[in-house]
Design a protein around this ligand. Structure first.
Ligand code: HEC
Ligand code: HEC
Ligand code: HEC
Ligand code: HEC
Length: 214
């Protein structure tokens, strides 16, 4: 008898504790956690895998307008264009080539058109070691002056490599220099960094609004 009574006292006591807790939660005595801020989808520029430039080889594949590359529509095969200089010895670029903005190297050291283009055949480029390459295959041209960077690129340490590691499944895709560098002004344009991961509870580690979701 006493054993049973003891048992029901414990049960009653526990029921009381649970009822008290239910009342406390119901009355929200400890407050509720702040609602989570909405998780905005990542902006598309962050996940876009396109390179910063569309080069000549890409334009050929896309069957785009190639008129800028049709040198002999305007030029005469027998008369190579002449380079002209102003009184400061700066190269004068013709109005017809106003898209060509030169700035190759910090001191414009590599601005002369025929350091790269072949004056005898404008559709080709010429390397320092005397090779003639198609305008759509200019990586060897860059490599002929930028040996160490070319070596790094060839090893996959500079630029971007994608495609297949297992060559039996498919080819490797190594982006050419001109996918990222404009040959005429090759300094890589600065770009804003991608945003950090979404903080689930931003108030725990506040991020200033101007740094959120760039
Ligand atoms: C829309 C017409 C046009 C096209 C297309 C064109 N050029 Fe020219 N280019 C000119 C004119 C005009 C000049 C200035 C007069 C001259 O030297 O013949 C010029 C001048 C040049 C010069 C001398 C530097 C300068 O600006 O005066 C080079 C180098 C040159 N062109 C290379 C090329 C190459 C390489 C191509 C093809 C990838 C090409 N051009 C396509 C019209 C054109
Ligand atoms: C460092 C090497 C280099 C120099 C110097 C250079 N070019 Fe080019 N140029 C190239 C390459 C490579 C391409 C093809 C780029 C691509 O695949 O997008 C090209 C493309 C062009 C084109 C066709 C597309 C366009 O951008 O309009 C013209 C025209 C041209 N160059 C004219 C000139 C003229 C004029 C000069 C001198 C003022 C010059 N280039 C100096 C390497 C060079
Ligand atoms: C004829 C030799 C020559 C060729 C060909 C050449 N470059 Fe250059 N490049 C130079 C020189 C010289 C500099 C300047 C180095 C300096 O200022 O210290 C330079 C500088 C650069 C820079 C640094 C730019 C900066 O402002 O920091 C880049 C990037 C570059 N080149 C990329 C290329 C690419 C891409 C190609 C092929 C389309 C190419 N180069 C072809 C000679 C060359
Ligand atoms: C996928 C893009 C990409 C490709 C492809 C690429 N580069 Fe670059 N390159 C860059 C970036 C990004 C930088 C660093 C710019 C900075 O630090 O401001 C750079 C820097 C450089 C510099 C400046 C000096 C240095 O090493 O920091 C040179 C020269 C250069 N690249 C040449 C080349 C040549 C030559 C090729 C082809 C063989 C090439 N790049 C291919 C993106 C690329």
């Amino acid at each position: 008898m006493t054993f049973r009574n003891g048992n029901s006292t414990v049960l009653l006591g526990m029921a009381g504790v649970f009822l008290a807790l239910a009342a406390a939660f119901g009355l929200n005595l400890w407050g509720r956690p702040a609602p989570l801020s909405p998780m905005l989808p990542v902006e598309s520029w962050v996940t876009n895998t396109a390179t910063v430039r569309t080069n000549y080889a890409d334009l050929i594949r896309m069957k785009a307008d190639l008129s800028d590359f049709d040198c002999y529509v305007c030029h005469d095969k027998k008369k190579p264009p002449q380079l002209r200089f102003d009184t400061n010895h700066d190269l004068i670029i013709d109005e017809a080539h106003k898209d060509v903005v030169m700035g190759h190297g910090r001191h414009n050291r590599n601005n002369l058109c025929f350091n790269c283009h072949d004056e005898a055949n404008l559709e080709l480029v010429q390397t320092r070691d005397g090779r003639e390459l198609k305008l759509s295959e200019s990586t060897g041209l860059c490599g002929s002056c930028h040996g160490p960077t070319y070596r790094d690129w060839d090893a996959g340490a500079h630029g971007r490599t994608s495609g297949y590691w297992n060559r039996e499944l498919g080819p490797i895709d190594r982006k050419p220099c001109v996918s990222c560098h404009n040959p005429h002004s090759p300094a890589f344009p600065s770009r804003k960094p991608a945003p950090g991961p979404h903080p689930l509870r931003p108030d725990a580690h506040p991020v200033p609004p101007e740094e959120r979701n760039h």
